[in-house]
Design a protein around this ligand. Structure first.
Ligand code: URA
Length: 271
């Protein structure tokens, strides 16, 4: 990824990029289109730095102090929806009438990405854009999620993205317990098929379902949990981050934590 790309993802995440102290004072007016300096604000400028330097900046961003509780959730038996074939599962989702959401949906939203991905991103439920397009996280919140992933070097294609619910709840209301019970065997089956190395749960619905708890997301984030032995990191939902941009810093910390835990787990499994 080029340096300007990294910078723009970090900017979207509201992550400050450090400025070299010894730069001569410059303002935006000094900068031409070809200038090797990227403008961050009217008074703040940063030098065009190398890819290596940007990675170092990312790596040296402060991480949360970790209590790292080794809390595991009870193993939830996977209810076999049907054969462990993706297309069979996809057809079952498309034909599902298990709850009343099938009456109001335009289409089901199955999931998207690499079926052998190391990272599984789990959200709540499709919204209007997703209901229209049949793909998770394609609206405004989805664009932020995509930028969040790109800020740690992950493209949408490199992960798998799914929701707890496969149909849109009217007016984007929170899924009911009945809807969750009807729909979650599909997600369980997806997890069993993908066998991810890390689950990144965005928002309270996903985190609370996967961790089998009603603890608030603000308390679940910032720590490592496990879902059936798979490390799980929870963070705020991107739609919430759009409403509360000041919380993006915490989401950035959660992303870095997830990346660190994934790297550590990969290192252990290779040695
Ligand atoms: N919010 C979600 O939780 N999932 C989507 O797919 C879109 C918005």
């Amino acid at each position: 990824m080029s340096t300007p790309d990294y910078l723009s993802y970090l900017q979207i995440m509201d992550i400050p990029v450090w400025v070299r102290r010894n730069l001569p004072p410059q303002t935006v007016e000094d900068l031409s289109a070809e200038s090797p300096v990227v403008a961050m604000s009217e008074t703040q400028v940063i030098p065009q730095i190398s890819q290596v330097a940007v990675s170092q900046i990312i790596e040296t961003m402060p991480l949360p102090t970790l209590a790292m509780p080794e809390i595991t959730t009870p193993v939830i038996p996977i209810t076999p929806v049907n054969l462990t074939e993706w297309e069979t599962l996809r057809s079952q989702v498309a034909a599902c009438t298990a709850c009343s959401l099938h009456l109001t949906r335009k289409q089901t939203v199955f999931g998207v990405g690499d079926k052998q991905a190391d990272w599984l991103i789990v959200g709540e439920a499709p919204g209007a854009d997703e209901d229209e397009q049949g793909e998770p996280f394609v609206g405004r919140a989805g664009k932020l999620l995509t930028s969040m992933l790109q800020a740690i070097g992950l493209s949408r294609d490199a992960v798998y993205i799914a929701n707890v619910l496969k149909c849109r709840p009217p007016d984007n209301r929170v899924p009911t317990p009945e809807e969750r019970v009807s729909c979650t065997p599909f997600l369980q089956q997806q997890i069993a098929l993908i066998r991810p190395k890390l689950i990144f749960a965005v928002g309270s619905t996903a985190a609370q379902y996967l961790l089998n708890t009603d603890t608030a997301i603000g308390k679940l984030r910032g720590q490592r949990w496990f879902y059936q032995g798979v490390p799980l990191i929870a963070t705020y939902h991107p739609a919430y981050l759009l409403r509360r941009p000041t919380e993006k810093r915490k989401a950035w910390q959660d992303l870095q934590l997830a990346q660190r835990i994934f790297n550590e787990a990969s290192h252990v499994s290779q040695s």
